[in-house]
Design a protein around this ligand. Structure first.
Ligand SMILES: *Cc1c(COP(=O)(O)O)cnc(C)c1O
Length: 643
């Protein structure tokens, strides 16, 4: 028997790195072994996430379910603003911070509304990257002191709308992303008789790191080169409109995991800012864009799914760098604008789904002993199995022997020298041998390098009621890592190593990379399912980008979503956003559900007339067909809304 100590919740916290990515919001209760949420870190109130899911499903909200914690969102906004306030205070910076939320990161109405609402205390504004997002920003922002920053490609309607809205009681700044937009703005301005409030987006030479590095540099998709910035200044000056240019913007990409390129970009942008001031532009705002990263793997490193700085350090660096450049040049300190999206909304939502089945190799099964007159290849396999853990044989040797027997057996089968029953027996011995080797490595707490991928080879598959394409598209598209952990049983050792497969008929519809201490791991430790007991898993930190990038592969639609808010002594479900019904996703692809029902009915009638099916079966078929149209697209017969 192993001499290991009994498993504790502390072991789970360490295994799943919960302190790294979860602080200060997520943890595990030492008593119950359930994942807990502390939506407002200033209070010591924790919600039992497992119990919450049970409560919500009891109200008829089927899984997969996206739970948004409004208090977490509020706390993120508070943290961002307080970190900048602290930096401004400590560095004696002579202006203020005014952040904006880039709507593209999560456009869901309730989220944008909550941000506008919670942000009012700090005059927090919104950033639009397209015409539809401008429409959202104009409608959602009710705060006269908040900024609206207009980025993205613009057409005449976008520009004219933004210019007219500049006459509202809020500050709306049109940022020139391409040199052509200057002419468009001038034309609109003359037509409307409105003098524009403008910014320029600069293409910096400093590159970010990681996936979004191409967002900066000479070949960046957006922004003006130095030559174009000067051209803007000259052309504005020629028509006596230099006082329109008030903002400099840059954005070097998302999830910038290292602070170094951030500092370097800040230095470059600060110089540009100073130069523009010197050229006579009344520069009031320096907009440092997004890019503030989220520590998805909890390693606090410059790995692409992490970051080697925190929000406070970021704020210090932004404030300090801008101050230094301005002081040196004798230019007044600008209002600092930032457009952090990911760092604001990633933490607020948790996607919960259920494991609905498993497929495992029989690693623990007892295998009958091979008879002494059996085929040579079976005797070899038996010998390898018996050798596992023997003092004179290393685990690598045992594994090589069984691998060799296994592969020889396959060749022999192909050539007709081994029958199917014997091939099956050989396979069972092979799995049992792998199982024994894994247990021996585990007990010895030692993993020989050659056997490092053994666990991966024989990992179980846990089938889950969700679609990665809909709910975690970046995990599929760009190998983004999200912390994924069971919501319960953390006081028990998770003895199964598994990959997660979703409901789609796509072999890409799986999660097989998970966060770990030294770079990603290929299998996730999970518990063996217990009959009749739901096994919930949570995908954490997925609140940024995933919802809108999600697609309807295999026609799995939007999931149910709820907004949970803390109220005195309890929580409150503020909004329920029902997921798509089958008929709704069918309409997206131009089907007319009533017509489909009719066509199926006619075929059933014909079969009935021809005596091929019974009336009862016709009735049952039509009942299934029609009720499925009103159901949730995921497994289980749950009604949902059709519009
Ligand atoms: C996407 C984007 C952002 C948000 O970036 P995050 O990394 O999510 O903070 C900000 N500004 C612009 C111009 C963007 O395109």
């Amino acid at each position: 028997m192993s001499e290991r100590q009994a498993w504790t919740v502390g072991d789970s916290v360490e295994l799943y790195r919960v302190e790294g990515w979860g602080q200060p919001y997520f943890g595990i209760d030492p008593e119950t072994g359930h994942v807990t949420v502390r939506p407002d870190p200033r209070q010591d109130r924790r919600l039992d996430l497992h119990a919450l899911v049970n409560d919500l499903t009891a109200r008829g909200l089927a899984l997969p379910l996206l739970i948004r914690f409004s208090d977490i969102l509020r706390d993120r906004i508070r943290e961002m603003n307080e970190c900048f306030a602290r930096a401004i205070d400590e560095y004696g910076y002579e202006n203020r911070y005014q952040g904006v939320y880039p709507v593209k990161v999560n456009q869901q109405k309730h989220i944008v509304d909550e941000i506008a609402d919670y942000g009012r205390a700090w005059a927090f504004g919104l950033e639009a990257g397209s015409k539809p997002e401008l429409l959202i920003a104009l409608a959602a922002s009710s705060d006269p002191s908040g900024l609206i920053i207009c980025n993205g490609y613009k057409d005449d309607a976008y520009i004219e709308t933004a210019l007219i809205a500049q006459r509202f009681d809020k500050t709306i700044i049109v940022v020139l992303e391409r040199i052509e937009e200057l002419e468009m703005v001038m034309v609109a301005s003359r037509k409307l008789g409105i003098k524009p409030i403008l910014g320029v987006r600069a293409k910096l030479m400093t590159k970010g790191v990681g996936r979004w590095a191409p967002s900066a540099g000479q070949r960046a998709k957006f922004g003006l080169t130095a030559a174009e910035v000067v051209e803007v200044v000259d052309r504005l000056s020629a028509v006596d409109m230099l006082d329109s240019l008030v903002l400099l913007h840059f954005h070097i990409g998302s999830q910038i995991s290292s602070i170094l390129p951030i500092k370097s970009a800040l230095r470059e942008a600060s110089h540009l800012f100073v130069e523009l001031s010197r050229m006579g532009c009344p520069m009031h705002y320096l907009d440092v864009g997004g890019g503030l990263a989220v520590d998805y793997d909890g390693s606090k490193s410059s790995a692409y799914s992490s970051r080697n700085y925190d929000v406070q350090e970021y704020a210090y660096d932004v404030v300090q760098t801008i101050r230094e450049s301005c002081d040196k040049a004798g230019v007044a300190h600008p209002t600092i604008v930032s457009e952090s999206g990911r760092a604001l909304v990633a933490h607020q939502s948790v996607l919960v789904f259920e494991v609905v089945g498993t497929s495992e190799f029989p690693l623990d099964a007892e295998v009958e002993r091979v008879a002494s007159d059996a085929h040579e290849v079976l005797l070899q396999a038996q010998e390898a199995l018996d050798s596992v853990g023997q003092p004179d044989t290393s685990l690598q040797e045992s594994f090589h022997d069984v691998e060799q027997a296994h592969s020889e057996g396959q060749t022999l089968f192909k050539l007709g020298y081994l029958d199917l029953r014997n091939r099956a027996l050989l396979e069972r011995i092979y799995w049992a041998c792998c199982g024994r080797i894994l247990r021996a490595m585990h007990d010895r707490d030692h993993e020989p390098e050659e056997l490092a991928d053994l666990a991966e080879k024989v990992a179980a598959i846990y089938y889950c009621n969700f679609s990665i394409f809909q709910s975690a598209p970046d995990a599929w598209a760009i190998d983004q890592l999200f912390p994924i952990i069971p919501l319960q049983r953390h006081d028990e050792e998770p003895t199964v190593r598994a990959t997660l497969a979703d409901l789609t008929c796509d072999s890409d519809g799986a999660i097989d990379t998970f966060i770990d201490a030294d770079g990603p791991k290929k299998v996730l430790e999970v518990h063996r399912l217990r009959p009749g007991e739901p096994y919930y898993m949570g995908v954490f930190l997925g609140g940024a980008y995933q919802e809108i990038l999600g697609d309807m592969h295999n026609l799995f639609g939007d999931t149910n979503a709820v907004h949970v808010e803390l109220v005195r002594h309890n929580y409150h479900v503020a909004h329920v956003v029902k997921g798509d019904s089958v008929s709704k996703v069918l309409k997206y692809v131009q089907y007319v559900p009533a017509e489909m029902v009719e066509r199926v009915r006619q075929q059933a009638e014909r079969a009935l007339r021809a005596g091929r099916i019974s009336l009862d079966n016709v009735r049952l078929l039509m009942r299934h067909y029609e009720s499925s149209l009103h159901q949730y697209t995921y497994l289980g017969a749950h009604e949902t809304s059709d519009d």
